[in-house]
Write a protein that binds this ligand. Sequence first.
Ligand code: GDD
Ligand code: MG
Length: 308
Amino acid sequence: MLVGGFGTRLLPLTETVPKPLVPLAGRPIIDYLLDVAPHDAEVVFTLSYSGEEIRSYLESREDSDRFIFVDEEEPLGTGGAIKNCAEHLDEEFMVFNGDIISDLDSKAMIDFHHANEGIGTIALREVEDPTRFGVVDMDGDRITSFVEKPPDPPTNLINAGMYVLGPEILDMIPEGKVSIEREVFPKAVEHGLFGFRFDGLWTDVGTLPSYLLAMNDLLERRVSRGEISEPVLVAPDASVESELTAPVDVGKGARIGKGCRIRNCAILEGAVVGDGAVVDSAIVSPGAVVREKDVIAASILGRSGERI
Ligand code: GDD
Ligand code: MG
């Protein structure tokens, strides 16, 4: 699991909470990844930025005896981070980008990988705007080209950030800082790289709009499972004195005063929203304070008051 990035596009939230631990619809992002990864596998975490905090959270989970932590002194990029774990990857392995919420069927993907006998299989999604992703061209199930964030994407099929790889791929990753997307996948196509398309839940929670979309999708799913009656989640010890317009997530110990307009947002653990404030299409970081009658719209409010 690649959990070493800075989470720059979620600043200032990620100044105080590392991205894998950012609460999303009531759980840290990393928990959703662990739902999808094979439950009987060892999991290697590539830690760099905020590594200690991520590790201490993971060690508090009941299944932590199958976790392995690998530290990265300097960020090595996605390929370098994988290579840095080589001693734990002598068999076939999966890779997960640390910011993907999905309901990928890992077992089906592994079976598909075995049937094709390639060097690797990349989970693929069709999206409207592929420009901020890795984009593939295909011949049947075979990937014929891979380009990272191309200005003129050849197709709408993108890298969903989850791979099944054979250990041979490690020999294709040079030492040092390496992007697997820019430096390895484009060359690996010659050695049999396959694409596993899937539908259902998939979001990259790298930005404010995608965070809010993922939150909505996850809350809607809980509604359809009958766990909540509308896409609004309020932690049991939160105090809310205003109406909430879905989707909304109010974290533990958060307080929302009277006469507020609260819509499409996450008010995270311990945050306080003063009377008459507006929070719309926004994230209020854990412990942050929205002053009375203040308006936080389409932005992220950090713990010490800065907003982006
Ligand atoms: N350990 C470690 N070291 N992890 C890293 C490093 C590093 O130097 N750099 C990035 N990561 C982790 C990030 O934390 C994230 O979980 C993952 O690698 C991917 O990095 P992002 O920064 O989120 O990349 P992206 O969103 O621009 O693009 C990637 O994801 C897209 C799907 O969401 C690429 O894989 C694209 O091809 C893909 O389409
Ligand atoms: Mg990302």
